[in-house]
Design a protein around this ligand. Structure first.
Ligand code: KG4
Ligand code: ZN
Length: 393
């Protein structure tokens, strides 16, 4: 059983190909894992523009699929001349009528190679930037049209959950056997939510942000501090530096801990952003020390709120496992604070390998395989879903 996965929900074009191992458990070998980041391009503009992201995905995706198939040793070049049957060609033309370059690249791919031994396609259907998602979905549909491979649409947030419970063992990846109920803390550029997981495929959102996502707050605060996009790693780097130097945050730079005592599991990050702006305006131009103190205080403020909300969620749901996912889970300080909480409270923490914490297609591939395992059916009709709750996935 070989599965090809496509992820294009934001600014990474990613393709993975996996092969299921024998046995009951979801275990697989990674045949190819490719992530093409657009970060350098978006950094010039200080953020991700959906139409620009779409254009870049469209330019890159067909070539990336070909490279992944090549790496997986599934690419067999044709020796004969071949043209797709007329009906399939027409269908492809309609599918890609707004993307002539992608149509041409796809036709070249189909005419140059034989149908690969791929049994299923998993593609991110949402949530994310709609124009960007559309390219991944359309690429999946193009492969299905030419090669008759079924498509499994995947929720990006469920993908982040899966990435966190994957474990590498003897050259294979497997889904760990975790204890339920579990809670998931999903913190990325577009989302911040706490999800109760009764079992896999059974999700309830029990807390979320009222405004900006945690990653978005990192990115916006960084931008105000004249740091490049994406801001999360930049702020984290400065904060770690400040900790090593033993910097003590000046009183005038202290920040609020929004919603810390709200009594519920919700977050709000936009007030924090405004507070950062006020501190910056009072200290213009920012010197290096002030910038480091502000980065430290910002990271501490976010971490304090996250830790308090997670502690409450774990208590209220009586969960034994905490799954942390999304790009912000790469943050060293947050990882450390959650590990300390897990040790103190006696629950197990599942946090992704750093290379799987930001967007990639292995998370989509493993989710696809899990769907197949629990008997989900492939879907004929697909649509880019800008917002799509994990609850309805
Ligand atoms: O999950 P992800 O790759 O994309 C979305 O689905 O949004 O998350 C990207 C977000 C960005 O906001 C980025 O600044 C943040 O993750 N991020 C971090 C760190 N690494 C990435 N935030 C804080 N600390 C980090 N080390
Ligand atoms: Zn993500």
């Amino acid at each position: 059983m070989i599965l090809l996965a496509i992820e294009t929900s934001c600014d990474e074009t990613a393709i993975s190909i996996i092969k299921r191992a024998r046995g009951k458990q979801v275990r697989f070998e990674v045949l190819s894992h490719k992530v093409l980041s657009q970060i350098d391009l978006h950094a010039q503009y200080g953020g991700v523009f959906p139409m620009l992201a779409k254009r870049e995905h469209a330019k890159a995706i067909t070539q990336l699929i070909a490279e992944a198939l090549g790496e997986a040793e599934l690419l067999v070049e044709r020796t004969n001349t071949f043209h797709l049957p007329h009906a399939k060609r027409k269908k492809l033309e309609t599918l890609l009528e707004r993307e002539p370059e992608m149509l041409q690249a796809m036709n070249t791919l189909f005419e140059g190679i034989q149908k690969p031994l791929v049994d299923a396609i998993a593609v991110t259907e949402g949530p994310g930037l709609e124009p960007a998602l559309w390219i991944g979905i359309t690429a999946a549909q193009a492969l299905r049209t030419a090669w008759d491979i079924p498509i499994y649409p995947i929720n990006h947030m469920e993908g982040h959950v899966m990435a966190s419970i994957l474990q590498e063992k003897d050259g294979l990846y497997e889904l760990q056997d975790i204890e339920f109920p579990a809670c998931a803390l999903l913190i990325s550029g577009g989302h911040t939510e706490i999800v109760r997981i009764a079992k896999l495929r059974s999700y309830t959102v029990i807390g979320k942000t009222r405004d900006d996502a945690v990653g978005e707050a990192f990115d916006k605060a960084a931008r105000m501090m004249d740091l490049p996009y994406p801001g999360g790693p930049e702020i984290s780097r400065l904060a770690e530096y400040a900790r090593k130097e033993g910097l003590v945050v000046r009183d005038d730079l202290r920040l609020p801990r929004p919603m810390l005592h709200s009594g519920d599991l919700n977050f709000s990050c936009s007030g924090l952003k405004t507070a950062v702006l006020t501190r910056i305006q009072k200290n213009k131009p920012l010197d290096d020390i002030t910038r480091r103190m502000l980065a430290l205080e910002f990271e501490n403020a976010i971490t304090d709120v996250i830790v308090a909300k997670v502690k409450q969620a774990m208590y209220e749901t009586r969960a034994k496992s905490l799954i942390v996912g999304g790009g912000v889970s790469a943050n060293t300080h947050i990882r450390f604070a959650l590990q300390e909480l897990a040790t103190a409270e006696g629950f197990t923490l599942y946090i992704p390998d750093r290379k799987l914490s930001t967007d990639n297609a292995l998370m989509i591939a493993s989710t696809g395989l899990m769907h197949l395992d629990v008997g989900e059916e492939p879907r004929a009709k697909l649509a880019a879903r800008g917002s799509w709750s994990i609850e309805e996935s």
